[in-house]
Design a protein. Structure first.
Length: 202
């Protein structure tokens, strides 16, 4: 049987069938999937021993988003990109050149990420950018997605148990920046019902 990823609907069906006492093989037959797909889904997307379809969907989407943040470079390709940038090519030109010569299909942001990763560890590659003081350049007519979580629900959509603090397990998270050169930061997590608070330094 060919492998297909589970959909959100499949996950709710899986949850309902588990509540009815069905085993993995029975669930797989009813969903038209291989039983190893069901086993893998339960293994990867359980939290604290429990499977919940909404949480499973969020975890899957989170992994998918993170996988798209990889560099997409082989061992030889970074050295070629570095050489072009040192010759004052822009990341957009590097990206277009790679595509035109059918070496690699990447967005212009991939070389940018590589350049600023290099700078983070003391590299000087960023000095060869035409606008060395800027990390990113927003393209006109495009939405700026930096700092925006994918599929994030608005606070107005949170469940009643979180709104009226009648249920445990709903947390608020915030960051607090220090006043000295913005180099110090703490993160706070507060459980809404009990006001139990966790504080950590970033």
């Amino acid at each position: 049987m060919k492998y297909h990823q589970l959909t959100s609907r499949d996950r709710y069906m899986l949850h309902a069938l588990r509540l009815q006492g069905c085993n993995n093989a029975q669930i797989a037959r009813k969903l038209g999937r291989h039983r190893s797909t069901i086993g893998r889904e339960l293994k990867r997307n359980k939290r604290i021993g429990r499977y919940r379809p909404d949480e499973a969907q969020e975890m899957t989407q989170g992994r998918r988003w993170k996988s798209r943040r990889r560099w997409y470079f082989s061992d030889q390709q970074p050295s070629l990109a570095i050489r072009l940038i040192r010759e004052e090519w822009s990341p957009e030109q590097v990206s277009d050149w790679f595509k035109r010569h059918r070496i690699l299909s990447i967005s212009h942001q991939t070389p940018y990420r590589y350049v600023w990763y290099d700078r983070l560890y003391g590299g000087t590659l960023y000095q060869h950018l035409r606008q060395a003081a800027k990390k990113w350049r927003k393209r006109y007519g495009s939405a700026d997605s930096r700092g925006v979580m994918r599929n994030k629900r608005h606070i107005s959509q949170r469940p009643p148990g979180a709104e009226n603090r009648s249920r445990l397990g709903h947390w608020e998270i915030d960051t607090v920046m220090g006043s000295y050169n913005n180099t110090h930061c703490i993160v706070t997590l507060v459980e809404r019902k009990t006001r139990y608070t966790l504080i950590g330094k970033l």
